[in-house]
Design a protein around this ligand. Structure first.
Ligand SMILES: CC(C)(COP(=O)(O)OP(=O)(O)OC[C@H]1O[C@@H](n2cnc3c(N)ncnc32)[C@H](O)[C@@H]1OP(=O)(O)O)[C@@H](O)C(=O)NCCC(=O)NCCS
Length: 177
């Protein structure tokens, strides 16, 4: 087998999603908590939004393999981001983590928003341990809480109420561009 002569984080490319990526994304990123059908539907929907300019999906590629993805979403579900584009659905393949790829992908999406004239960009992050790396990454890149507490299903949580600690419990953060 040919030896990889370059560190993994080099020779990566980030490009816009193409229709033919859908099946590779479904095959590579069908997670245990989802199904092939649901994953295909998700990516078909992301691609439709990509074509309609509602979101732009950035694909991280290395040697023909998809190493990660992330979107710039121009129509956030979070009401306070009505005029703020959101960095959404970021995922780096486990083989390529901790190599600066996530940082590069976010810089790529931020640059896209800057070129479109946005003065601010936002991101939402979960509160439980799986989101620890993302929390550290966003803080390191200069994202700060938007000052409105956390939301559940995009609505502010109410003191004294009970909410499950799941993917819908989110802290929203912003950064000037
Ligand atoms: C979060 C994620 C995108 C980071 O991608 P990555 O390519 O590994 O990130 P980078 O290599 O660019 O890391 C940059 C910084 O993030 C932080 N970080 C990343 N992974 C970390 C980890 N496992 N533990 C602690 N800090 C971490 C560090 O501050 C790191 O800087 P350093 O390496 O100089 O210390 C990746 O872990 C991932 O896909 N996680 C699962 C999906 C997810 O949580 N998505 C975000 C949803 S909001």
């Amino acid at each position: 087998m040919k030896k990889d002569l370059y560190p993994k984080s080099q020779d990566i490319a980030i490009r816009h999603m193409r229709a033919e990526d859908i099946e590779q994304l479904v095959a590579q990123f069908c997670f245990p908590w989802s199904s092939i059908e649901a994953t295909r539907k998700l990516w078909q929907n992301y691609y439709k939004e990509h074509q309609e300019n509602i979101r732009t999906v950035g694909i991280v590629e290395k040697g023909g393999r998809i190493a990660g993805y992330g979107s710039l979403l121009r129509r956030s579900e979070y009401p306070r981001f009505s005029d703020i584009p959101e960095i959404n659905a970021i995922w780096i393949d486990e083989d390529y983590r901790r190599l600066g790829v996530g940082k590069k992908l976010i810089a790529y999406l931020e640059e896209m928003a800057r070129k479109e004239g946005y003065k601010q960009i936002g991101i939402g992050v979960g509160l439980y341990q799986d989101y620890g790396p993302a929390q550290k990454l966003y803080f390191q890149l200069g994202y700060v809480p938007d000052g409105n507490g956390v939301t559940y299903k995009c609505q502010p949580v109410k003191p004294g109420e009970k909410y499950p600690v799941d993917d819908d419990l989110i802290l929203w953060m912003v950064k000037p561009l």
